[in-house]
Design a protein around this ligand. Structure first.
Ligand SMILES: [Zn+2]
Ligand SMILES: [Zn+2]
Length: 320
């Protein structure tokens, strides 16, 4: 599978991961969608340190996902609000939430239950094709080079990341939703290893060549992903022993996250020449523009259309 060497490093997924591919940024975005704006509130809910939070808020602001707005003059105080680019991550946050509802281990904290305001049903998001409206199933999609395929992206900024960031205690903050998925995708290399799997690579050497990742880093990531039930490891040759890594059902169902992240990257981060890779929906033959809809009423899920079940009950009582 050497036809498109380093396709993944040139894809929008890689660019997007550069911006939001660490667990704290994901959790900050999660909280921003729930209306959190102030430093202290982010601090309590995410459970990160002041220094890390300062650093991530600064990066998210610099990269245009949050904007810093002054809300008090003396003393001077700022709050952080999602920009359009940040709000456009809404589908990603819901896909992450949905995956976590399904796969987070017991005891990882009960994720919030959400309700779709338009129909009043418990949220069941469905990823659909913007062209034919059909469901986007993993087996019905494939990738092809796009207009920006030749454009080089500098090597991933993942070098400085230590393993401790990967195995950090998960639920330090007051909010536990999305912490399981943040543990899996919240590291700059792991989503790339997953992307390699979605591109059909299974063997250690193939993944290593494709990503240009150090073998020890790759071994650690693969071992963690096996431990977390994302890959099954199978021996395919002996003397020396060689293994391949196959996505489990749990792993395969992360494709929605990858598709939505890639589409966001295409919209906001692609070079002037266009998206580097296009995903094709086999069913209709169109390039995939994923749209997240309510599985009950079919409406598109946009910011504000989903509330926690507690909020929904309160509002219902207030209306009665
Ligand atoms: Zn389609
Ligand atoms: Zn609905």
């Amino acid at each position: 599978m050497n036809d498109g060497r380093n396709r993944i490093l040139r894809s929008s997924v890689t660019r997007a991961i550069r911006l939001i591919g660490d667990r704290w940024s994901l959790l900050i975005i999660r909280d921003a969608f729930q209306g959190v704006r102030r430093f202290q509130d982010f601090l309590e809910r995410t459970g990160t340190s002041r220094a890390t939070l300062t650093n991530r808020l600064r990066a998210l602001t610099r990269n245009g996902l949050l904007k810093r707005v002054r809300y008090s003059d003396a003393p001077e105080r700022f709050e952080y609000r999602l920009t359009d680019k940040g709000r456009d991550l809404y589908a990603l946050a819901l896909v992450a939430w949905n995956w976590e509802q399904r796969w987070a281990p017991r005891g990882a904290g009960v994720p919030l239950q959400l309700v779709h305001r338009d129909c009043g049903r418990v949220l069941r998001p469905v990823l659909t094709c913007g062209h034919c409206d059909g469901m986007l199933a993993f087996r019905d999609m494939y990738n092809r080079p796009g207009p920006g395929a030749g454009v080089r992206v500098p090597p991933a900024a993942a070098r400085y990341r230590r393993l401790s960031a990967l195995t950090a205690a998960t639920h330090r903050g007051s909010q536990s939703a999305l912490t399981h998925i943040a543990d899996i995708v919240g590291d700059p290399w792991t989503p790339l290893v997953l992307a390699a799997a979605f591109f059909g690579l299974r063997r250690f050497d193939d993944i290593q060549r494709e990503l240009g990742i150090a073998t020890n880093i790759l071994s650690t990531r693969l071992a963690l992903l096996v431990k977390r039930g994302i890959f099954d490891r199978r021996l395919y040759s002996s003397q020396p022993d060689r293994y391949e890594y196959r996505l489990t059902d749990k792993g395969r169902s992360l494709y929605e996250y990858a598709v939505v992240l890639n589409a966001w990257g295409d919209r906001w981060l692609a070079s002037a020449s266009g998206p580097p890779y296009l995903t094709v929906h086999r069913v209709c033959g169109a390039d995939v523009e994923p749209i997240l809809r309510c599985g009950h009423c079919g409406e598109q899920l946009v910011p504000g259309s989903v509330v926690s079940s507690a909020t929904w009950r309160e509002q219902k009582r207030a209306r009665a």
